[in-house]
Ligand binder design. Sequence first.
Ligand SMILES: [Zn+2]
Length: 290
Amino acid sequence: MTFQGSGPLDTGNVSGGGGGGGGGGRIALGGGAGLIITIVALLFGINPGDIMGGGTGSSTNSASTSQIDQHIAACTVEKANQGDEICRIVATTNSLDDVWPTLMSNYTPPQTIIFDGSVNTACGAASSSTGPFYCPADQTAYFDPSFFATLEQMGGSNGALAQEYVVAHEYGHHVQNLTGALRKGQQLGSQGPRSGSVRVELQADCLAGVWANHADDVSDGQFGVQTISQQEIQGVIQTAKAIGDDTIQGSNSNPEGWTHGSAEQRARWFMVGYQSGDPKRCDTFATNDL
Ligand SMILES: [Zn+2]
């Protein structure tokens, strides 16, 4: 997806974080098990501290953080459109923060931290292995851009909109934090085909679709994008399917262990949001036909 306009991006709510692996000892992920943990936490991460252990909620301050901060500060629309992943994240947050207030009167923007290696959050410590996540306790979305390469290895698309979908999904969790859906979901169980977790995740996919619907129709003074192509939507579908629980678990997939929903469900709920543009259509708590 191509952003319109030119020049500097709004970086007011985005900052760099992480220690470039400096927190090493705190994060113990072993070989094969590490892959499983990565995938469980993927695109969910309500509380990475539970998975990763440790974590003080303090911020880190390292050379790596300031390098990322410098990178962010220099982000422009042009760089985002040329495929600079950090700037693409920033541009997407700009678009999300323009679209969501038009859909929700009580919307307040989250913070976004782009990190490298590991990061401490109010939800505990996390590393790149955690994948992108949203922490409700500090209302912050966390992204390590190296995740995009991982996603591609998993069969996801490297297309711009497919990457932006990841950012929009995490913002979906922020919207859920504001609406109370996140809390509701956490009370309804963390595993199983109709668990709170699956409902929360599918709703976040739907809310990402709602954003995509409106991203290219924002009016004057808002940060717009050029019309989204069918090919770009296919890229999102490819990524949504690559991170479906059944895709990840393979032939032994047992719905009782699902946390995010199947490939088909993730792709379909994104499309519900994208085609309707209506957050009300994303009520995954109102149906058992997920
Ligand atoms: Zn999620």
